[in-house]
Ligand binder design. Structure first.
Ligand code: AHG
Ligand code: MN
Ligand code: MN
Length: 317
């Protein structure tokens, strides 16, 4: 008979995090449980497809992108410990009508649903989040801190199983959602990225838009017989490489030198998780976590995964 794991997220948080941070992470995960339920039945409830609106990145938002954004935003604003939320789906910061009164408050940066091109086709998507202390000058400056100042980061992957991958800066821990008990349970107590370079993940359809240094890396990966895997949902591609070993690349393109991915709510949280798991992330020259952001929605080239492979990008000619 197999043994059932039983340590809940609530128990883990009570032992590792201050109460207010615990409140924020619990709010995100309870929102994610609602999002999970909607994703599971989206084909039955007419919430697939485009919302017919575009976001600040001039990308068409899907209905579920906006629904996920609303669920997380409202849940976080209800906590009374969140002073601002920056979201991929909001042009500007969301702030509560009554500023939080607690001594320790947070700002949260979110990609409510990552992988939206995959929503309609039943491929894994996710929610990515970064949490910072509110440094109290103003909410915007709290959001524009370098990624290294994150106090917690994580993602929820809505796959065959729903998983939470979390760091509160003492390693990386994986939880699996248990639908029978409606809670997340510790399933992967200490996640380390393997040293083996199993996979490289890039949209190779962009080959003729890549700059020479990225092309050189592709040639190197192929010369090493590293296998290619690309789903097109950053969370899913990152998650596979975190568990199996490898590198995810979304380089700058000739006509888009800063690439596509967003530094604050895609690059930074995944970079912190990766570093806490023994890996590394760069924009090609600088460690992602050392970049001081200038704007909420800025994009960055992203190379993230095994340290040795990421160093290969950094050491290019
Ligand atoms: P989002 O759905 O949050 O806008 O993010 C989409 C991102 C990311 O998930 C994925 O890795 C990347 O877009 C895929 O882009 P391409 O289709 O250009 O490969
Ligand atoms: Mn995304
Ligand atoms: Mn998104």
């Amino acid at each position: 008979m197999t043994k059932q794991r039983t340590t809940t997220l609530a128990h883990y948080l009570s032992e590792t995090s201050p109460t207010e941070l615990n409140t924020v992470i619990s709010a995100i995960t309870s929102a994610s449980i609602k999002i999970r339920a909607l994703i599971h039945t989206a084909g039955l409830t007419d919430i697939y497809g485009s919302s017919q609106t575009t976001n600040i990145h001039d990308e068409e938002a899907q209905k579920l992108d906006l629904i996920a954004n609303t669920i997380i935003k409202e849940t976080l604003l209800d906590t009374t410990v969140v002073s601002a939320i920056a979201s991929e789906e909001e042009d500007t910061l969301c702030t509560p009508s009554v500023p939080p009164q607690k001594t320790r408050n947070y700002v949260v940066l979110i990609d409510p649903l990552d992988g939206s091109s995959n929503i309609d086709v039943n491929i894994s998507v996710g929610t990515i989040f970064a949490i910072y202390d509110d440094i109290k000058e103003n909410p915007l400056s709290s959001c524009l801190q370098p990624g290294r100042n994150q106090i917690a980061a994580g993602y929820i992957l809505y796959g065959p199983a729903t998983m939470l991958i979390l760091t509160v800066k003492n390693g990386v821990i994986g939880f699996t959602y248990d639908p029978n008990h409606d809670t997340f349970i510790v399933s992967h107590p200490s996640i380390k990225i393997p040293d083996t370079h199993q996979y490289y993940s890039i949209n190779e359809g962009n080959t003729y838009r890549l700059r020479p240094e990225s092309l050189n890396f592709l040639t190197y990966a192929k010369s090493q017989h590293i296998s290619s895997r690309y789903v097109g949902s950053l969370v899913a591609d990152f998650h596979r490489n975190l568990f199996k070993g490898g590198i995810y690349l979304y380089p700058g393109l000739i006509e888009k030198p800063n690439g596509k991915l967003r530094l604050l709510y895609e690059g930074n949280p995944l970079a912190l998780i990766c570093e806490q798991a023994g890996g590394n992330a760069t924009n090609g020259t600088d460690n992602i976590l050392d970049i001081t952001p200038k704007t909420l929605h800025q994009t960055t080239p992203l190379f993230i995964g095994n340290t040795a492979l990421v160093q290969h990008i950094n050491s290019r000619d």
